[in-house]
Design a protein around this ligand. Structure first.
Ligand code: PDD
Length: 276
C-alpha cells in the first residue's frame, strides 16, 4: 500500500512516525474520512474544505494548499488502484519535544492512505440497534479533531451491548451519534440537530438536506429531546461510511414497529442515486 507522507508517496512499510509527533502524544491534529466509489472520491471538495477549516480552527497551517492536496489525494487513489473504499487523511501539528504548549513554527505532518470501506448493505437493509449515552464531549464538536476518546468509549459500549451506534444526548437533547449524524421523522417531517459547536456538520448530512430541499421533503434543523427520539416514527443515522442506515431499536425499545421505515428507505435510495 502506498501512503502519502507530506509531499511524497511511500510504501506503508517504509513510513516512520516520530515518537514525538504531537498527533500521537496529544491527539493534536485533525482528520477526514473520504469515500471512494468506483475510483472517484465522493464530495472531495467538501471534505477538503472542512479539513482546512478544522486545521485553521486549531491553528495548524497545512504545508500545501487545497488544490495541491487534492491532486496528491487523486494520485494516491490512482497509485493504490483504489476502486471501492475510503481515504483517511490526517494532519498533526508536527514533531516537537513533549510539552503542552507549542512553537508555532513546527512543521505539520500530513499522512493519507486508503482504508477499507464497503457499503454496510446488511445494516442498510435490516436496520440497526442503538443505545443512548450522555454527551460528555468538549464543546467544539464542529472540529474534526483526532481526540475521539469519548466517541470511542461510547461506540465500544454500544458494540458490547450488541448495538451499532451510540446516540449522544446533551442537556436532554439529541446531538449526534459517536461517528454519525442523527435524524428522526415525526408526522412526515424530518428533524436533525442544527449545525454549530455541538455537532460535526456531516458532509452526508449536508448532502441529505440538499436532497430533501430538491425533493420537497419537509425538514427542520431543530434540536429534539431524547423523549421525542423515543417516540419518533422513524430514526436514521448518516455518515460517509454508513451513508443512510435505519435505527430500528433504541436502548432495547423498538422505533415505530421495529422495522426499517419506508420514508428512510426512500431517503437512502435517493441518496444512493445521487452518488451514481
Ligand atoms: N465520522 N459526527 C461525527 C462525530 C463523526 O465522526 C462523523 C463522521 C459524522 C458524519 O460526518 P460525515 O457525513 O461527513 O462522514 C458526524 C467518520 C466517518 C469517522 O470518524 O470515521
Amino acid at each position: 500500500m502506498k501512503v502519502l507522507v507530506n509531499n511524497e508517496l511511500q510504501e506503508r512499510e517504509e513510513v516512520r512516525v516520530d515518537i514525538e509527533d504531537r498527533g500521537y502524544q496529544f491527539g493534536d491534529g485533525v482528520y477526514e474520512v473520504i469515500r471512494v466509489y468506483e475510483g472517484v472520491p465522493y464530495t472531495l471538495d467538501e471534505h477538503l474544505a472542512r479539513f482546512y477549516r478544522s486545521s485553521q480552527e486549531i491553528g495548524i497551517t497545512p504545508n500545501m494548499n487545497i488544490e495541491e492536496l487534492k491532486l496528491k489525494l487523486l494520485s494516491l487513489i490512482e497509485e493504490n488502484e483504489l476502486q471501492d473504499g475510503g481515504i483517511y487523511v490526517q494532519l498533526s501539528r508536527g514533531v516537537a519535544p513533549r510539552k503542552h504548549q507549542y512553537d508555532v513554527h513546527i512543521k505539520p505532518q500530513l499522512i493519507a492512505y486508503p482504508v477499507p470501506s464497503k457499503r454496510p448493505v446488511k445494516e442498510q437493509n435490516e436496520g440497526v440497534e442503538a443505545i443512548t449515552a450522555d454527551d460528555l464531549r468538549w464543546l467544539r464538536c464542529d472540529i474534526k479533531s483526532l481526540n475521539l476518546l469519548y466517541n470511542i468509549m461510547i461506540k465500544q459500549k454500544a458494540q458490547e451491548a450488541g448495538a451499532f451506534e451510540g446516540i449522544l444526548v446533551r442537556d436532554g437533547n439529541v446531538t449526534e451519534g459517536t461517528s454519525s449524524n442523527i435524524f428522526i421523522i415525526k408526522d412526515g417531517t424530518i428533524y436533525t440537530h442544527p449545525a454549530g459547536n455541538l455537532i460535526l456538520n456531516g458532509i452526508t448530512r449536508t448532502k441529505l438536506l440538499e436532497l430533501f430541499t430538491s425533493k420537497g421533503w419537509a425538514f427542520k434543523e431543530l434540536a429534539f429531546s431524547k423523549e421525542t427520539l423515543l417516540q419518533a416514527d422513524e430514526v436514521f443515522m448518516s455518515s460517509t461510511t454508513a451513508e443512510v442506515v435505519s435505527i430500528t431499536s433504541i436502548d432495547g425499545n423498538p422505533v415505530g414497529n421495529g422495522a426499517p421505515g419506508t420514508f428512510t428507505s426512500d431517503i437512502r435510495e435517493a441518496f444512493q442515486e445521487s452518488i451514481e
